[in-house]
Design a protein around this ligand. Structure first.
Ligand code: PXP
Length: 240
């Protein structure tokens, strides 16, 4: 199972002072040297953390795999078509939210999402859609032409009771299995940390996880290199 790291929070820290440090581009290089399989960043409409300069430089310097999270808007589709990241993950975006709050409601915005995916694919970019773990969302992802799904693991991560965690985990497992059977790639992410990653890594149908906050929070205390390696160690103990 591949580990991709979301470096948005490095840019959040930089923007707290509107300074040039810490630089998310440098962070991406350190994460790659520590062994991650890819770098993820979210270019938001309000540019609250990652900005256009970061994206441009990440495209030039990332040697593993660059996944651009973005809303399915005309502006973002144009930017992605020029930059050409390896993957675009379409996410819902609300100006007021602290972080992405849930999966895409594909059915509610089908024409727009289908149009965005079509444009991105014409530019030679693979596309993933961030969805809640429900079979109906896998069907929708397939219908709009997505190559990959990213399963939202936030609800699983937020459950306090073990029995509720198991229920959410089972939804993730079933969704991953269905997507795999239908020929889609399967990513997962949101709210994953050093403790709750193990049951997710045990789901064979998940190809890749995208983790940001937990690794960067740990990096504040132990350094980025060690924080990344510790997560890789847990994943590799379970999955090769
Ligand atoms: N996947 C998606 C689609 C996201 O929006 C985010 C958060 O930016 C993540 C994964 C990573 O979530 P976290 O920071 O909680 O690990």
């Amino acid at each position: 199972m591949r580990l991709c790291i979301n470096i948005d929070h490095i840019a959040t820290l930089r923007q707290a002072r509107k300074e040039i440090e810490p630089d998310p581009v440098l962070a991406a290089g350190i994460c790659e040297l520590a062994g991650v399989d890819g770098i993820v960043c979210h270019l938001r409409e309000d540019r609250r953390h990652i900005n256009d300069r970061d994206l441009r430089l990440l495209k030039e310097t990332v040697k593993t795999h660059l996944d651009l999270e973005m809303a399915a808007t005309d502006e973002m589709v144009s930017i992605a078509s020029v930059i050409k990241p390896d993957l675009v993950t379409l996410v819902p975006e609300k100006r007021e939210e602290v972080t992405t709050e849930g999966g895409l409601d594909i059915e509610a915005a089908k024409v727009r999402i289908e149009g965005a995916i079509d444009e991105l694919k014409k530019a030679g970019i693979k596309v993933s859609v961030f969805i809640e773990p429900l079979p109906v969302n896998v069907d929708s992802a397939l219908e709009v032409g997505s190559d990959i799904i990213e399963i939202h693991t936030g609800k699983y991560a937020n459950q306090k009771e073990p029995k509720d965690k198991i229920i959410e985990l089972e939804k993730i497992r079933q969704t991953a299995l269905l997507a795999r059977e239908l020929g889609l790639g399967v990513n997962a992410g949101h709210g994953l940390n050093y403790i709750n990653i193990a049951p997710i890594a045990n789901i064979e149908d998940i190809d890749e996880v995208s983790i940001g906050h937990a690794i960067l929070a740990r990096a504040v205390f132990v350094g980025l290199d060690r924080a990344v390696k510790e997560m890789l160690e847990i994943i590799r103990r379970i999955r090769r």
